[in-house]
Design a protein around this ligand. Structure first.
Ligand code: DX5
Ligand code: ZN
Length: 218
């Protein structure tokens, strides 16, 4: 049930294939790819060309978290590059329903993300359309930030809503997930656990991934 999604944001980009392989050996089962455009968030990272390269070195699902304005414009390119899951921010989509449909039409799993200041309740009308909901537990833009405790309430709300509505979306959490937070994240409903700094921060991705999963599954 609980899966680890190492976020390559904190990896050594010059050794990306090795870093991904190490995280995979340590038990990571989803590769989380942070796409930032310098507009929606105050940082710039990578885009479809890097996704295309990653596609050649792993068979794990590529979980592309788009922190960009106008995501609709780039969905076809991510599909061509080999992305499996695409998550878009509620805050970046003027027509969220349409964007989620567009992602599905391109053969990828659609997902929605909410920032720390956005309530879960706004997602209710589209929850039946998504493969997963991503709760940001830090303000997006950078790795290595501190976990925001109110995120745990959102995880519980999403678990209750899923039950109430009879849906099957998965619950993902991103930001500040590490040894000191991972147990409460899981207890409160986190299932897809994104971790950047805690996996790649010190060059020991395999060991870190294994230890995080051990802690999460205890
Ligand atoms: C932040 C990104 C995260 C980031 C998490 O905007 O969405 O995926 O890599 O990093 P950590 O796990 O270090 O908080
Ligand atoms: Zn992310």
């Amino acid at each position: 049930m609980v899966e680890l999604a190492p976020s390559i944001l904190s990896a050594d980009f010059a050794r990306l294939a090795d870093e991904v392989a190490a995280a995979e050996r340590g038990g990571g089962t989803v590769i989380h790819v942070d796409v930032m455009d310098g507009h929606f968030v105050p940082n710039i990272t990578l885009g479809p060309p890097v996704v295309k390269s990653l596609r050649k070195v792993t068979t794990l699902p590529l979980d592309c978290h788009l922190m960009i304005e106008n995501p609709d414009e780039f969905i076809p390119e991510f599909a061509d590059a080999g992305a499996d899951w695409i998550s878009v921010h509620y805050e970046a989509c003027r027509h969220l329903h349409r964007t989620l449909e567009l992602i599905a039409q391109h053969g990828m799993q659609p997902a929605v993300v909410i920032n720390p200041a956005t309530e879960v309740a706004v997602l209710r009308p589209i929850l039946g359309m998504v493969h997963h909901v991503l709760v940001m537990s830090v303000n997006p833009g950078f790795g290595g930030q501190k976990f925001i405790p109110y995120s745990l309430t959102k995880l519980r709300q999403l678990r209750e809503l899923r039950q109430e509505l009879g849906l099957s979306y998965r619950i993902e959490v991103d930001g500040g997930v590490a040894h000191d937070t991972i147990v409460s994240v899981v207890e409160n409903g986190g299932e897809l656990l994104v971790a950047g700094n805690a996996v790649f921060g010190d060059g020991k991705a395999e060991q870190n991934a294994r230890e995080l999963l051990d802690t999460a599954r205890k």
